[in-house]
Design a protein around this ligand. Sequence first.
Ligand SMILES: CC(C)(COP(=O)(O)OP(=O)(O)OC[C@H]1O[C@@H](n2cnc3c(N)ncnc32)[C@H](O)[C@@H]1OP(=O)(O)O)[C@@H](O)C(=O)NCCC(=O)NCCS
Length: 376
Amino acid sequence: MNNPTIVISGTGLFTPAELITNEELVESFNKYAERFNSSHHDQIGRGDLEAIPLSSVEFIEKASGITKRYVIDKRGILDPEVMAPQIAERTNDQQSLQCEISVAAAQQALEGANRQGGEIDAVIVACSNMQRPYPAMAIEVQEAIGAQGFAYDMNVACSSATFGMQAAYNAIISGSASRVLVVNPEICSAHLDWEDRDCHFIFGDVCTAIILERESEALSDHRWEILGTKLSTQYSNNIRNNFGFLNRCDPAGIGKPDKLFKQNGRKVFKEVCPMVAQLITDHLGELNIKTSDLSRMWLHQANLSMNRLISKKVLGKEPTEQEAPVILNHYANTSSAGSIIAFHLYNADLKNGDLGIICSFGAGYSIGSIIIKKQM
Ligand SMILES: CC(C)(COP(=O)(O)OP(=O)(O)OC[C@H]1O[C@@H](n2cnc3c(N)ncnc32)[C@H](O)[C@@H]1OP(=O)(O)O)[C@@H](O)C(=O)NCCC(=O)NCCS
């Protein structure tokens, strides 16, 4: 028996109201660094402590391509005395923040799919950081949108969205669900060390949503058929965050920098680019698709040079803005949501039959590829 055709029938994007430019970010970081250096003047002079070097807008733009980022709370991040977003805890009777932004993105995806929340029968919240271990964020979202069926959370870091899409695809193929919502509420500002010059510019906050269902049931005016999904993982310590429930069992480690995002950016760059290009090439080959048949690549958005290099390896030439749209200049790295933002914002101009690829990569290492064809 042939598998049913599964389509992406709706996508949604929630963008926080506040944004931080590189100029604002560097100004506040440099104030923080200067205050630290002057209050530790003697220790630094004796060589007992290293001075914090200043950050620069030119470096950030040249090394990453990022010019600004949206965040849930700008004030705390830019306050040199705080250097972290300030997000008040809510009571158990209030909707959690991750649920709130998930619902905002989900409503847009539902509208695009011409569906009501009650017609969704599985919800997957897939992202790099969950604000609590349980009850699952996805079950709260399920209730908030009035969805049926079941819901669960999953975390594969920057590849959470594509891994979530494969799980949704498989659930529909197997018959365990008929219409799945995948949401990616990425509040990356809360896992970023804003006091670390090497990475303080990297991340932003956002939430994306995707609805998958059978083509035969879809009511959407815009649909993308999923031709295939391919995932790959390989263990690496080069992007790591040791925050977790065991932290309290060793008080010596509480609040240490390794309880936030840490990376060896150079190694990540060097090791991940060839892996991603190879996986995309293999996936296209398995589906008998020539790279020249590909109209668009919606790549994970971590670093502009990295994206250019991957696209060049796959296409055999420098990609144009149309072939590999960039959103990280405005959104920064939004973890798993990056490739979905690019897809959401840059797919409407393509024609029936056009082929594209959504591809994520990041910590794990983890890589996810979804090859799709425009239907209408
Ligand atoms: C993080 C990244 C942008 C850094 O760029 P890079 O070119 O590798 O830069 P480096 O970290 O090697 O730093 C180069 C120099 O700039 C300095 N530098 C670092 N941050 C700086 C800042 N904010 N301002 C000014 N200078 C800075 C470094 O100290 C270093 O100085 P040195 O040459 O005197 O030692 C880049 O490696 C990257 O994006 N890698 C991939 C990351 C990725 O995709 N991660 C996935 C996350 S999910």
